[in-house]
Design a protein around this ligand. Structure first.
Ligand SMILES: [Zn+2]
Length: 570
């Protein structure tokens, strides 16, 4: 070459080469290839041209262009390769410099089989006019040739197809933009909601084209997206992602029509490319799709590449709190006899996540000591642990039903899935008998059934109250111990069995004080303290004026225990 045309701003290299061919004076097209690349064995490619080293070599002596300059400033490489790992990007650069033929977009993960690249060179009628005014000739703009970009970011108007095929003929010619092939036959106009999204894409794609971003591994983008997904409530710290909600909101945000236009529709049944992108896999896909998600998550493109996203303080503490709850739940579940798979289902995590967390928390779950030989000759259901657990869980189940008299077992299950799963697995017959099914939600309480269910629970509570530090037995204290003080005494007429029992156990204030004194005597004895009236009143928590009322009973009690003289002395 004895000259080389200066590339215009945003001109695609193909176009510069086409302008060379127009001016070279070569009669046979093939001689242009010999001038440019020193070989006839070459094809004209728009997106990612090859043999750039040869091109540089054939340049006029004083030209300062480099292959890298062309690759970054005048090809679609910075857009197409923005999201691929460095190693693959370097391979592409190598091919663009020395390789022959075309770069395989699909095998390099630049474009997927579900994306069809533009057929025709595109142009913006306004840029076309301006370029003629400014440079005396039109040219093909790089930013207009991106599949998935429909508008000119500068003029905010639709791009038009020229009549020039990108992959047509023998591809042994470079063809310039001209008045003849850039014709607006019919004006295009997009509805404003589509236009808005198209402009976003045009602007974001330009950012990729005009910045020399560092290449990142797939994990980098996964992390960036994950931080935002968590922040926006689409994911949790344990890697669980609400795929369904994400997909719904994503479609809602862009609309079916636009997603179809950018060849990024999401299938009805699965999460499609979107769930692949946020999941743990290293597949890369078309840059347009990354930009769609980036915009949806409100990450500025520059930040996506240059700022490692993390959690700010507030989020961090939320996340900590969440993590703590989650850990707590895992500890509970791991002691319940459920398998890892079952726990993973309940916590909506993978078994891998659960195993990791178990190691992290140093949990000694049931299956571990089972595996360690503790139950090696025994079935879990034959162990003492099992029986205790069953009692505990049955009781808990009944308590919950007493606590929420208007809720069905199905509703109660929702917040107690571990309890339910355990009973379902190990005690299904009992569970079936104690499963509350409510057909309509109002006025269907089976009070006689509830009465029967409640009675053993009340008995248990009263027994406990009598055995521990005295507390007066009343409807209110029993109700609050069962978490049902809201309705227990109000509905006592509907609970004849429970009512009869509670009334037989109710204490007058005096009876209660006597019980407290008796308890205090035992307490002082066990502590080896002297039994004096003062010590008794203090330990029992009975005021002296009440002591007087029951002095006869106190004296009798003490006499029975042989403390007569002490009492008389005081
Ligand atoms: Zn324009």
């Amino acid at each position: 070459m004895n000259f080389f045309p200066t590339p215009y701003p945003d001109e695609i290299l193909y176009s510069t080469l086409a302008r060379y061919c127009m001016r070279s004076g070569n009669i046979k097209e093939i001689h242009n290839f010999e001038d440019l690349f020193g070989t006839r064995n070459c094809i004209a490619t728009m997106e990612l041209p090859t043999q750039l080293d040869a091109l540089i070599e054939n340049m006029p002596a004083n030209s300062k262009y480099t292959a890298e300059y062309f690759i970054y400033k005048h090809t679609l490489f910075p857009f197409l390769a923005a999201f691929i790992p460095e190693e693959r990007a370097n391979k592409i650069i190598k091919t663009m410099r020395n390789g022959e033929g075309a770069v395989s977009y699909m095998s390099l993960g630049l474009v997927t089989s579900s994306v069809t690249l533009n057929r025709y060179f595109r142009f913006c009628p306004e840029c076309f006019k301006e370029d003629i005014e400014r440079f005396g000739e039109p040219y093909w703009h790089r930013s207009h040739q991106i599949t998935g970009v429909f508008v000119c970011a500068k003029h905010k108007i639709p791009l038009y197809n020229s009549t020039e095929l990108i992959r047509g003929g023998n591809r042994q010619r470079f063809i310039s933009a001209t008045h003849a092939n850039c014709i607006v036959e019919k004006e295009i106009s997009f509805p404003s909601d589509l236009m808005e999204k198209m402009l976003w894409m045009a602007e974001d794609a330009e950012i990729l084209l005009n910045n020399h971003f560092e290449f990142k591994e797939p994990d980098w983008f996964k992390n960036q997206f994950r931080v935002k997904l968590i922040e926006k409530g689409y994911a949790r710290m344990n890697n669980y992602i609400h795929q369904k909600k994400l997909k719904e909101d994503f479609i809602e945000f862009y609309g079916y029509e636009y997603l179809k236009l950018v060849q990024s529709s999401l299938p009805d049944k699965s999460g499609g490319w979107l769930s692949d992108m946020v999941r743990k896999n290293d597949r890369t896909t078309y840059a347009i799709r990354y930009l769609l998600l980036t915009r949806f998550l409100e990450i500025p493109v520059v930040e996506l590449f240059n700022t490692k996203l993390g959690f700010n303080d507030e989020n961090e503490s939320n996340i900590d709190a969440y993590q703590e709850l989650w850990d707590q739940r895992l500890i509970e579940l791991s002691q319940s006899g459920l398998s890892i798979r079952e726990i993973a289902d309940i916590l909506k995590s993978s078994t891998k996540t659960i195993r990791k967390a178990i190691d992290r928390l140093g949990i000694e779950p049931f299956w571990k000591f089972n595996g360690g030989g503790k139950y090696i000759y025994k079935k879990y259901t034959d162990t003492e642990e099992f029986k205790i657990k069953r009692e505990e869980y049955r009781k808990k189940w009944l308590e919950l039903h007493a606590q929420y008299p208007d809720r069905s077992s199905n509703q109660i299950r929702r917040n107690n899935d571990g309890l339910y799963s355990w009973l379902k697995k190990y005690d299904s017959e009992w569970l079936e008998q104690n499963y509350r099914r409510i057909k309509t939600t109002v006025n269907t309480v089976d009070w006689s059934k509830r009465d029967v269910e409640l009675l053993p629970l009340v008995k248990e509570v009263v027994k406990e109250m009598k055995e521990s530090k005295p507390e007066r037995i009343t409807w209110t204290t029993i109700g609050s111990k069962l978490g049902i003080s809201g309705w227990l005494s109000k509905r006592k007429e509907k609970l004849p069995l429970t009512k009869a029992y509670i009334e037989s156990e109710l204490e007058s204030l005096e009876e209660y004080h006597i019980r407290k004194i008796k308890w205090a005597i035992e307490e002082l004895e066990s502590q080896g303290k002297e039994i004096t009236l003062w010590n008794l009143a203090e330990t029992a928590g009975v005021k002296p004026r009440y002591m007087k009322v029951i002095s006869k009973e106190i004296r009798n009690t003490l006499r029975e225990k042989g403390y007569d003289f002490i009492f008389n002395n005081k």
